[in-house]
Design a protein around this ligand. Structure first.
Ligand code: PRX
Length: 629
């Protein structure tokens, strides 16, 4: 790379953002150039490349046909069904057009929402790309979520069509999707008129005539379809992705088109060091932001080969990632710390068995990377391990050690330094004043955020402003809701969340959502859910439940029934690891639940100042409840 040093590159990005991002935008194809790089007229909103017309699918697929039509674009590996298929860019172009024509035949056009509730199969990627091809807005819902979570997302996004499948498969067990979707559609206030079902032949499903279409039928009907890209404004929304926060209602993070394309394209080169023609293997799920950005968009925008993996890290054995890496000559691997902690529990020889000569680095994100795990991966594989810190909201890393530059070394325990365009500053929780080096503060960013970050919350500009930009009145500052510390050289260390969001195996969950679900169980009077440190998953959710009078006798049955209730409503991903019964919950005299004190006791820490506690006996019950099996 000809850029002099990362420090100079970064300085340019924050001192002259318009000039910097205009240069970076050259990496993307525009049907019409933008008139204004950044519209600063309405903070905290920021509009990038205003007036420009582009299309994400054109940039991810069509654009590469001239140079790399026969190169692999998408490699599908399923250790669940044993299928492996490679789609060239030409194949991908064909498949995306068939999906786009299918959506069009059901009435989907620019601006319509399409909800994608699918396992990790190529059709999920086709559907995402088909949506952005048409200027439709996709909303992918993680397949691990169940009917109530799904219904809430349907009612917020109001999709015209839902694309789903008969079933997924996990650890060899078929997980039917269609019955959960049918339940969600029954619960929904605004169900779409049409559903497309990709029939994998894994589970029988009931077809509702007039509503449900089999993708096999549509595909046959549109096999030769030619569907041009719809050029959209740079600021046109490309997708909505729901994420958890402090309240029980998930937020629809809304992403633009042009800014996202430019930012992801930069990120692949500068942060990940990926080049056209290389192979990127991201083990996440398309239902999460990492899957959106680094399974689908960034590798394809760059002209790389991307691997879509359906399976777990330990099946058929704990070497499966490395087997895939060898077979497909993977250059860059992106996974999560939990996956590495899982592998660490298996035979270390499994890491030595394969030829990983093509592999340059392992990227880990989504949750704190503990030093022993990071060191173990680096030493066992003899490859650099690159931590990177970001959020659904930002869409791409805030902190990392940029692999496109040789002059930033990694530091153990730190995800790294600020990435281009992010003006990261640690601030005092109460008045927002910057804290000194070495002191703990809230990880915050000054306006404007760089391209690619959320535009707003879908349908709720006021909530966007209120949630992210109002922590410090009179300052245009975005709060990440993470605690951090920064050393004198600018390396940041992440110290946990400032809110009630927990992180279970890299999955971001709101304790309030879980509490609301448990509260809806007929036997439950009251509940508190906290995140408790877990050696494997980072954190685990523990629920403390007060049963209604008369329910106490059947305690064990109630615990099982509450777990099943959460599974059915939210999905197994949100099921608390422990459900402990108590007769009262610790609260302040003003009625505020002392979740932090409960959490501290669960983790064997001092619960801190308890002078405001209403009923000290309530807190004393917590250790007893934990001690019961
Ligand atoms: O708390 C931080 C944690 O995960 C949150 C964001 O989760 P999500 O929206 O699912 O996006 C994940 C994108 C990678 C953050 O607010 N987090 C994410 N990465 C790291 C992390 N905590 C510590 N170190 C990281 N590398």
């Amino acid at each position: 790379m000809s850029d002099p040093s990362y420090a100079a590159f970064y300085r340019h990005s924050v001192e002259s953002p318009e000039a910097f991002w205009a240069e970076q935008a050259q990496g993307i194809a525009w049907q019409r150039p933008w008139g204004q790089v950044l519209d600063r007229s309405n903070p905290p909103f920021a509009a990038w490349f205003v007036g420009g017309l582009t299309n994400l699918c054109h940039n991810a697929v069509d654009r590469h046909l001239a140079d790399r039509a026969e190169q692999a674009a998408l490699v599908y590996v399923s250790t669940e069904t044993g299928q492996e298929r490679t789609y060239s860019y030409a194949d991908l172009h064909r498949e995306v057009q068939i999906m786009a024509a299918s959506l069009q035949s059901l009435g989907v056009s620019q601006g319509d929402r399409v909800l994608i509730y699918m396992p990790m199969i190529p059709e999920a990627v086709f559907a995402m790309l088909a949506c952005v091809r048409l200027g439709a807005v996709h909303s992918v819902v993680f397949g691990g979520f169940a009917s109530v979570s799904l219904a809430a997302r349907i009612d917020d996004a109001r999709p015209k069509v839902i694309v789903s499948a008969d079933a997924g498969s996990r650890g060899g067990k078929v997980m039917p999707y269609k019955p959960l979707l049918d339940d969600a559609l029954r619960l929904s206030q605004h169900p779409p008129a049409q559903v497309i079902v990709v029939d994998r032949g894994l589970a029988d499903w009931a077809r509702q005539p007039g509503r449900d279409e089999s993708y096999g039928d549509l595909r046959a009907r549109h096999a030769l379809a030619k569907v041009p890209c719809v050029w959209v404004e740079s600021t046109h929304p490309s997708y909505i992705l729901y994420t958890s926060g402090t309240t029980g209602k998930p937020k629809g993070v809304q992403r633009d088109t042009g800014g996202y394309a430019v930012a992801l394209h930069l990120s692949m080169r500068v942060i990940y060091g990926g080049k056209p023609g290389e192979t990127f293997f991201c083990t996440s799920d398309i239902g999460w932001v990492v899957g959106h950005s680094y399974i689908v968009y960034a590798p394809l925008l760059t002209g790389m080969t991307t691997i879509l993996f359906e399976g777990t890290p330990v099946r058929p054995d704990a070497a499966v990632f490395w087997r895939v890496a060898q077979q497909y000559r993977v250059n860059l691997l992106f996974s999560a710390p939990t996956a590495m902690r899982v592998l660490r529990r298996h035979d270390p020889a499994l890491l030595q068995r394969h030829d990983l000569s093509a592999l340059r680095a392992i990227f880990l994100a989504g949750e704190p990377l503990d030093e022993p795990t990071g060191r173990w991966v680096a030493e066992s594989l003899g490859k650099p391990v690159v931590d990177n810190y970001w959020q659904t909201e930002t869409g791409w890393p805030i902190l990392a050690t940029p692999q496109g530059f040789a002059d930033v070394a990694s530091r153990p325990g730190s995800p790294g330094v600020s990435m281009p365009g992010y003006k990261v500053c640690l601030r005092n929780e109460t008045d927002g004043a910057p804290v000194a080096a070495g002191e703990k503060g809230v990880v915050a960013m000054d306006w404007p955020l760089p391209p690619g970050c959320l535009q707003t919350i879908w349908g709720d500009d006021a909530r966007f402003v209120q949630t992210y930009w109002s922590t410090y009145p009179n300052r245009q500052v975005y709060s990440t809701f993470d605690w951090g510390r920064q050393d004198a050289d600018g390396y940041l260390y992440i110290l946990g969340r400032t809110d009630d969001v927990i992180n279970v195996a890299g999955h971001r969950l709101g304790t309030r959502e879980i509490e609301e679900s448990i509260s809806a169980h007929p036997a439950v009077a009251e509940v508190a859910v906290v995140g408790v440190q877990d050696a494997l998953k980072g954190q685990a959710a523990w629920a403390f439940v007060v049963l209604r009078p008369g329910q106490i006798d059947a305690a064990a049955a109630q615990q099982a029934s509450i777990a099943a209730h959460v599974d059915a409503q939210l999905g197994a991903v949100a099921r608390p690891q422990r459900i402990c019964l108590v007769t009262a919950l610790p609260k302040t005299r003003s009625g505020k639940m002392l979740r932090r004190a409960i959490q501290a006791i669960c983790e064997g820490r001092d619960p801190g100042d308890l002078t405001t506690l209403e009923d000290p006996l309530a807190l004393q019950q917590i250790p007893d409840a934990i001690a019961r099996p």
